[in-house]
Design a protein around this ligand. Structure first.
Ligand code: PBG
Ligand code: ZN
Length: 325
């Protein structure tokens, strides 16, 4: 009988050896936790399609960021739901807007935490698109001017990092120019460089009340069929001065994460989006999967694919699980 000489099982025979040969690790320090801050509420309101996630009032921001920081999570990303929406999303650059106030609360409550602001307009416009409309499409260059105002306003409120998510051409260069001109050369830009027009954003749009009132986002977000185009988007954002790149969604785009990883030396973030979260929670609630193992395996998979940073709604749970592993 043939006896193998080379036996990969040798390196799997004990926990000690498995620990020694492990190629990828997962830590709470890899996570960014998203927070939805709603100007219109005074108590947390659960998001039906995202069990375990709630919109929180401004008064809840301090406690939420302390909880994340206490679990050794290094950053949060803020999304705002304003009391008033308009055609251009002007509350996005209001010094007393909900995100600006949430930034100040978060900075005070957890000074060591990196407070990131998602920088877009879909939560602030009455039509739900990611910028200024011209007819039935988003006017790219008019939106860039507003992105400059918004990013500077967040910086004035004390944000540690801005994260433009609207997939406007030239958004990174515009924001860099705006921040630098206003004296914020040290505020980094984490660009949603490669963002697909994805059905996986469905639950988020309930959470953030940001669904477009007509049409979809396929004239600005990418076609899920395209991988070469992802490299082009990533390269442009590098040239425009991005500090961190992001690929979004994550789970259905592991090939894109790997490909972007191999074409840039910038840090790479991935967004484990709302629909990915909702699927896991739904199956776990039915007892069909082991939530803890599935979540940790998925997050580890993003690291293995090349991610340095993971934005995830599982961050608090995963941090606790990792702490008692
Ligand atoms: C806003 C934005 C979206 C997400 C992050 N920033 C929604 C969208 O583009 O429609 C999605 C996050 C998620 O699904 O968890 N532009
Ligand atoms: Zn948007």
């Amino acid at each position: 009988m043939h006896k193998p000489v080379i036996r990969p099982r040798r390196n799997r025979q004990s926990a000690a050896i498995r620990d020694m040969v492990r190629e990828t690790t997962l830590s709470p320090r890899d996570f960014i936790y998203p927070l939805f801050v709603d100007e219109t509420i005074t108590e947390p309101v659960p998001v039906a399609s995202m069990p375990g996630v709630s919109r929180i009032p401004l008064a809840g921001v301090g406690q939420a960021v302390k909880e994340a920081a206490g679990l050794d999570i290094p950053g949060v990303i803020l999304f705002g739901i304003p009391a008033h929406k308009d055609a251009v999303g002007a509350s996005g650059w209001d010094a007393n807007g909900i995100v600006q106030r949430a930034i100040r609360e978060a900075r005070d409550a957890a000074p060591e935490l990196c407070v990131i602001a998602d920088t877009c307009f879909c939560e602030y416009t009455d039509h739900g698109h990611c910028g200024v409309l011209h007819g039935h499409t988003v006017d790219n260059d008019a939106t860039l001017e507003n992105l400059q105002r918004e990013a500077v306003s967040y910086a004035e409120a004390g944000v540690d990092m801005v994260a433009p998510s609207g997939m406007m051409d030239g958004m990174v260069a515009a924001i860099r120019e705006g921040l630098d001109a206003a004296g914020f050369a040290d505020v980094p830009i984490m660009s949603y460089a490669v963002k697909y027009a994805s059905a996986y954003f469905g639950p988020f749009r309930d959470a953030a009340d940001s669904a477009p009132s007509f049409g979809d986002r396929s004239t600005y977000q990418m076609d899920p069929a395209n991988a070469r185009e992802a490299l082009r988007e990533a390269r442009l954002d590098v040239e425009e001065g991005a500090d961190i790149l992001m690929v979004k969604p994550a789970l259905a785009y592991m090939d894109v994460i790997r490909a972007v990883r191999e074409t840039t030396d910038l840090p790479l973030a991935v967004y484990n989006v709302s629909g990915e979260y909702a699927m896991v929670k739904a199956a776990a609630e039915r007892g069909w999967i082991d939530e803890r193992r599935v979540v940790l395996e998925t997050l580890l998979g993003f690291k293995r694919a090349g991610a340095d940073i993971i934005l995830t709604y599982h961050a608090l749970d995963a941090a606790r699980w990792l702490a008692d592993a």
